[in-house]
Design a protein around this ligand. Structure first.
Ligand code: C2O
Ligand code: CU
Length: 463
């Protein structure tokens, strides 16, 4: 068996199939989320269903919706053969509910349960996913969307949540390729799938009408794939990033880049005509644009197009004041294949790169491999922090801060949109700033999950 099957093997095989699968949607979620093994038809129908790990048996997990200012209350019931926990990605919540096994809670053992209960301050598009051995558990399917509704939602004809993912399957039997942490993927770009899809299927489609206005909530739930996307037969605006509203809608003119864990909220109008197919298209590894989600047009919603949408109402506490007098931190992203790192500190001792690699560790953040006893930084509650990220590796990394959102600081000192995950490119230093207003132990890590598991994880303390 070879680990080098390409996605093309699947694409070729799927030509001529037209299977559609509907996203299981529940308006009100259950009061429990049960992590369990299930089967899902991710691949074209001629393939066997894939054994996946799920919440409540669906891939992705149940779509949860809650009103802004409301509470998320879910009991995680673990019916998996291994311990697990749930992280509520992008939520500015109580640290005890953050779901990071080994830092904010003990992992929930098989047969065990854990009650998550927290208030949600911010409206927007968020998601939840396993945070115990994430590089395995998220790859197996443990993730879902969590939408927080604005008190006054924008006027759209429909609101579609699109969970983008990729799966690395063995084309022989459509089961997950193992191991999940192959040294080759850990030390390079991460686990990239050979089958791409949306909402748990390789060929996601939703019928729309001409001139309909849709809100599309894009979530990248993949382990490591950076999606490069365009609109076809759709005219649109970006209205929020990582859940947080932009001050004004931005027309989509160029490609949209969606790194692992990032979200983009779009408002789009269907410009394709009756009988045509609009689509969200992605740029594939073989330089082809292919549909990531199809929107066949049947009928007309109205004769004319509408005016551009208004901005979403802002969330509370989006300002990052005082960046001139802010505390400065420097974080260097290091290691990996073709990197310049000769070694780093691991478990309190200095190690050469070879020795690290022998233990499955390939990356470091500012000279430290993985979680340390003492935090990367101890911050005072309420202080503003500027953190410079220098990427000394040969790869892009999707750097994610738990518990607080940040803004990128441009060279001229202006602040970018508020985000929780930012893509850092090799040799392009960038700076982020945030107010450390949420007390607790918060991870800062790469959301290429194999990278996080092989060294690229740090934490900060806010007290
Ligand atoms: Cu979405 Cu620490 O992760
Ligand atoms: Cu990374």
């Amino acid at each position: 068996m070879t680990l080098r099957m390409t996605r093309r093997a699947f694409c070729g095989a799927m030509a001529g199939t037209a299977g559609l699968a509907a996203l299981p949607v529940r308006a009100t979620g259950p009061q429990t989320l049960t992590a369990r093994v299930a089967k899902a038809q991710i691949a074209p129908p001629k393939y066997a269903p894939t054994e996946v790990w799920t919440y409540d048996g669906t891939l992705p997990g149940p779509l949860l919706r809650v009103a802004q200012g409301g509470r998320v209350t879910r009991r995680l019931v673990n019916e998996l053969p291994v311990p697990t926990s749930i992280h509520w990605h992008g939520f500015r919540i109580d640290n005890a509910m953050d779901g990071v096994a080994g830092l904010t809670q003990e992992a929930v053992p098989p047969g065990g349960a854990f009650d998550y209960d927290f208030a949600v301050p911010d409206a927007g598009t968020y998601w939840y996913h396993a945070h115990t051995n994430s590089f395995v558990q998220v790859a197996r399917g443990l993730s879902g969307a969590l939408i927080v509704e604005e008190a006054e939602a924008p006027e759209v004809d429909r609101d579609e949540v699109l969970v983008l993912d990729d799966w690395l399957l063995n084309p022989e039997d459509a089961q997950f390729m193992q191991p999940f942490g192959h040294p080759m993927s850990l030390s390079h770009g991460g686990r990239l799938g050979n089958l791409l899809g949306t909402n748990g299927t390789f060929d996601f489609a939703r019928e729309v009408r001409a001139n309909e206005r849709l809100r599309l909530r894009l979530i990248n739930a993949s382990n490591a794939r950076i999606f490069v996307l365009r609109l076809a037969g759709l005219d649109g605006w970006t209205v929020a990033l990582d859940g947080m509203p932009l001050p004004a809608p931005e027309p989509v003119e160029a490609e949209l880049i969606l790194a692992p864990a990032q979200r983009i909220d779009l408002i789009v109008d269907v410009t394709a005509e009756d009988g045509e197919t609009a689509a969200l298209v992605r740029f594939d590894d073989d330089d082809q644009w292919r549909p990531q989600a199809r929107f066949p047009v049947a009928g007309k919603a109205s004769a004319t197009q509408r005016d551009g949408p208004a901005a979403l109402p802002p969330n509370p506490n989006m300002a990052v004041p005082g960046i001139d007098s802010a505390r400065r931190l420097d974080m260097a992203i290091q290691g990996g294949a073709m990197g310049r790192m000769s070694g780093a500190m691991m478990n309190g001792r200095s190690m050469g790169f070879r020795e690290m690699a022998g233990q499955g560790q390939f990356w470091a953040l500012s000279g430290q491999v993985g979680i340390t006893d003492t935090p990367f930084a101890s911050l005072e509650r309420g202080e503003t922090v500027r953190m410079k990220l220098t990427n000394d590796t040969a790869f892009a990394h999707a750097m994610h801060l738990h518990g607080m959102h940040f803004r990128q600081v441009a060279d001229d000192g202006t602040l970018g949109p508020m985000r929780d995950t930012i893509l850092s490119y090799p040799d392009e230093p960038l700076e982020i700033a945030f107010v450390a207003d949420n007390p607790g132990k918060w991870l800062f890590h790469c959301h290429m999950l194999g990278h996080a598991a092989s060294g690229m994880t740090a934490w900060i303390n806010v007290s």
